[in-house]
Design a binder for this molecule. Structure first.
Ligand code: 4AD
Ligand code: MG
Length: 421
């Protein structure tokens, strides 16, 4: 919508309407904005009856004169000369009741809301920026299969599918296949769906989410964290450049994102994190477990940018995360935690290429070694140090937009309790 003064033509949907028997005020929306339109009965003669019946979400084409008007919620008003009713609307089933249940059931209609439109615009920018970042760094985009024979992260969290009477699964990560491709392409990435049959009803778990993953040859832990930091900064900057209006509409205090565009993200070890939790936060935490949500949140209270926690206990980490030779109880891995209680955004690590170690870790986790024979094969021909990470794209969007739930970071969320519409 172009605003100014003079003759204009606009088209869109009725966002709100009110009126009397002499005139109607319509707030019309299109992808760009909303604008107030006044339709005066005296100008419309026999068409007035139809105009008078218009309901929220009817689609219209309007021609008229635009002028600034302080009383109009958008600061401008169009005095209509011509109204074309493109499509009428039934009574719109989203009115006063904005409960999560109702909006979930009517997600296909709620996507028209200004809230969802704002988030989906930002989401589009985030995903575009991720591609732009990796391509600018000369990464190749590589796709892995979605239907796979076995796991990578945690066996029980896989969706099983009936594949011509054989058991197969939906992928949780692109990683193991990416490692195969890395031996040819060296620097690769993807933005693709991952699936987790997690029975977690939390504000940060989806069963289907968009996983931004990367894998790099010759990279060590520090290099991987450098990429994660630079990528995150790049995306946040891009959103701030393009979407202050949307962030404000969402009630997001976007100034809270600025430190992440400027400051270096702190890097602390798991041991240091435990020390902070014990000493500063007076929490009783035991060495040897992954950090829990509450611990991540408490830890992040002291920071205004994401923080890397690295060197988690080896035994509770995925089998491919290598033991650190100088600190053998820990693995060469990291999580990047988001500020403002948004939790783990990224998980990454160097990769173990020691086949004996890999087999030992897999056995300890009760996995069948034959499912991984291709993976051992990958590392049997000229193994090199390499590593990568995975970003929960919706978690990044949730943090950037300041959303209460990850469900609003995706068009049609899939969770344990919601798979429709
Ligand atoms: O930490 P995760 O499980 O790591 C991996 O899958 C590695 N194979 C990635 C790699 O190195 N290529 O998952 C990575 C990220 C998490 O940090 C989190 O942000 C997100 O994926 N994630 C989820 N996001 C939404 N819903 C879920 N259920 C998620 N599970 C993980
Ligand atoms: Mg993780």
């Amino acid at each position: 919508m172009q605003k100014g003064r003079g003759k204009v033509a606009v088209r869109g949907w009725i966002h709100r309407e009110r009126g009397s028997n002499k005139m109607r005020f319509i707030i019309l929306r299109d992808v760009s904005d909303i604008i107030q339109i006044v339709i005066k009965k005296e100008k419309f003669g026999s068409q007035w009856d139809e105009i008078d019946k218009l309901q929220v979400e009817a689609s219209l084409e309007i021609e008229g004169d635009i002028k600034p008007d302080k009383r109009a919620i958008t600061g401008y008003e169009i005095d209509a000369d011509k109204v074309v009713i493109v499509g009428t609307s039934d009574e719109f089933p989203i009115q006063k009741d904005l409960s999560e249940e109702l909006l979930g059931d009517r997600r296909h209609l709620w996507l028209r809301s200004r809230k969802m439109v704002s988030i989906m615009k930002i989401r589009s920018t985030v995903i575009g920026a991720l591609h732009e970042y990796f391509r600018s760094k000369k990464f190749y985009e590589f796709q892995s299969p979605i239907i796979i024979p076995g796991g990578a992260e945690e066996g029980p969290t896989m969706f099983e599918i009936d594949y011509f009477k054989k058991k197969m699964y939906l992928c949780q990560t692109w990683q193991l296949y990416a490692e195969a491709a890395m031996y040819g392409l060296e620097k690769i990435y993807c933005v693709a769906p991952s699936f987790r049959a997690e029975k977690s009803k939390t504000s940060r778990h989806l069963t289907e989410y968009w996983h931004t993953e990367m894998e790099v040859a010759w990279a060590d832990l520090d290099k991987l964290m450098d990429y994660a930091e630079e990528m995150t900064r790049f995306v946040v900057k891009k959103v701030l450049e393009e979407h202050k209006k949307e962030l404000e509409f969402l009630g997001r205090d976007w100034k809270k994102l600025i430190p992440s565009t400027k400051k270096k993200f702190p890097r602390i070890t798991y041991d240091e994190a435990l020390k902070i939790l014990k000493q500063k936060k007076k929490m009783s935490v035991v060495w040897g477990k992954d950090l829990r949500t509450i611990e991540e949140e408490k830890l992040m209270e002291s920071y205004d940018t994401p923080v890397f926690v690295h060197h988690y206990p080896k035994e509770v980490m995925a089998f491919y995360k290598p033991r650190d030779k100088d600190s053998p109880k820990t693995a060469r891995c990291f999580d990047m935690l988001g500020p403002e209680a948004h939790g783990e955004l990224i998980g990454g690590s160097e990769r173990d290429t020691d086949i004996k170690e890999l087999k030992k870790s897999l056995k300890a986790k009760g996995e069948k070694l034959e499912d991984y024979s291709y993976y051992f094969d990958i590392h049997s021909y000229g193994p090199i140090p390499h590593g990568g990470y995975g970003l929960g794209t919706e978690r990044l969007i949730k943090w950037i937009c300041g959303l209460d739930t990850i469900k609003d970071a995706i068009g049609f969320p899939r969770t344990m309790s919601r798979c429709r519409p």
